[in-house]
Every structure is written in structure tokens, then in C-alpha cells.
Design a protein. Sequence first.
Length: 311
Amino acid sequence: MDPLIYFLNAVVFMGIYGIVALSLNLEYGFTGLGNFGKVAFFLVGAFAYAIASEAGLHWTVSLIIAALASGAIGSLIALPALRLREDYLAITTLAFGEIIRTVVKAEDWIAHGHHGINVAEAIELHDASFRVQMMVDIGLVFGLLAVCYLVAQRMANSPYGRILRAIREDDIATSSLGKNRLRYKAQVLFVGSAMAGIAGGLFAQFQQYIHPDTFLPALTFTFWIMVLLGGPANNRGVIVGAVLVTAFQRGAIIIKDYVDLPFDPINVQYILLGVLVILVLMFRPSGLFSESKIKTRAVDRASQWKNRFSE
């Protein structure tokens, strides 16, 4: 395959995984929710988009349906799960992800079951080369990544974001100040799941074929590596983490196709990623980028008054 095609393919996945990493950062980085079933919402978005597309709906409508379907599932799982402690929440969401995948695979009436489902190209240019078509996909993916980034930044740098960080640090103390922590957690899980649904829809239309076995639990841990590597509670950092991890994975595929090695580089990459995460957690627990500072009017005014009194 043309090396440029490999590169463009990697860029598309960087954008898609960047959206999922942003959504997980909202849940874990800012709110402290250990969602280990992230792949489930990615899956729901992908299959909701595929089913809507198969029904003849426009790709924009299909993408909205994908976001709403994932958000609705996120809200549904939030009702019982958010009353659990952090470790039990992680176990519950991990099991939920496997249940969703198993149900979709076993039931042919949902989305053709284990046969998978074909998806039409979102913006198909007639008589255009494959490279041009991929450039269009890149523009669509990174346009939506920019929108999700702005939403995540807006949420983080607002009074709402201050409450999320307070819940992460001590949800009981936050509740004692009159804040309904369960409601805020459910809202964040809805937004994060909807973002993952958008990424799933983009993944489905780019791949043009999806199968339930694509969405294994290992994919969730890949998203976690992106967040931990880039830096929790730093939206720019997790995007950088998504770029680095995706480049690492796609690079292993290129090496396998072009270099004759006595071992499979795709298998070795998991070992190297694990070692990399351990080193980051040992020597830089906050990730490559430290937690971003809150930028709100109240914080700016407090800083101004502090500087004025210190003079």
C-alpha cells in the first residue's frame, strides 16, 4: 500500500480517537468517574450510525442519532452505577461494555449480528481519487474534533467545571454545599457518551464496515492510555496522547508490512505501551501535560485582587 495512504489513515484515526479521549477526560480527568466501559458507547454510536445510514437517512442525521443513542445509554447506566464507589463503578461499566457487545453480536435483528454491517460513505465524491476522498474524511473528523474540544474547554473553564473538579476531589463535601453530585455525574456521563457516539459514527462511516468484535475491552484501555499519557484534566494533553498512541499503533502496522522481523511488532507494541505508561506514572504521574488551570471570570478577579493586595 502507498505510504501516504497509511499516513492519511493514521491521521483519521488520530482525530476519531482524540474525540473519545476528550470524552473520557471529561468523565475521569475532570469528574473522577472511572468509566472502564468506554468502548460500549463507542460501539453504540457506530452501530446506531450504521443502522440509520442503512435506513437511508442523511449522514448528519445519522450522526445526531449516534450521539443521542450513546448519550441515552450513558444516562441509563448512570442511574444505578453512579451510586457505587469508584472501584465498583469501574467493574460495572467494564461488564456493561461486554454485555452490549455480546448482545449486538448474538442478536441478528439488531445489526445483522455476527455478520457485521456495511456503511455508506458520508460524503462521496464521484470520480475522486482515494486520496482526495480521505482528505475529505480528515476534514470532517477534525472539524468535529474541534467542536468537541471547544465544548470540553467550555465545560472545564466555567463555574460548572469548578463543580466537576470539586466532585472529583471530594464529592461528599461538594454535596454538603448543596450540589447534587449524582445529577452532575449523570450529565457528564451523558455528554461524554454522546461524544463517544459521535466518534463511533465517524469510525463506522470511515471503515464502511463494522463488526462487534472490533469493539473489544482492549480498545477501552487504549483510550485510558491516551488520557493517562497526555495528562488527565488537560484537554490539549489528551489529544496529544491520542496522537502519540495512534502513531505508535499505526507505525507498528507499517513496520510489519515493510520490514521483515523475527517477531510481530503489533504484539510487541502492547508491551512497549504498557512499559511507557508505567514509566509515565512513576516519573510524571500527572502525564505529559499537567492539569489545566481554571479560567473563569471569578478566578481572574480573585487573581487580580490577590495581586493588588500583594503589591
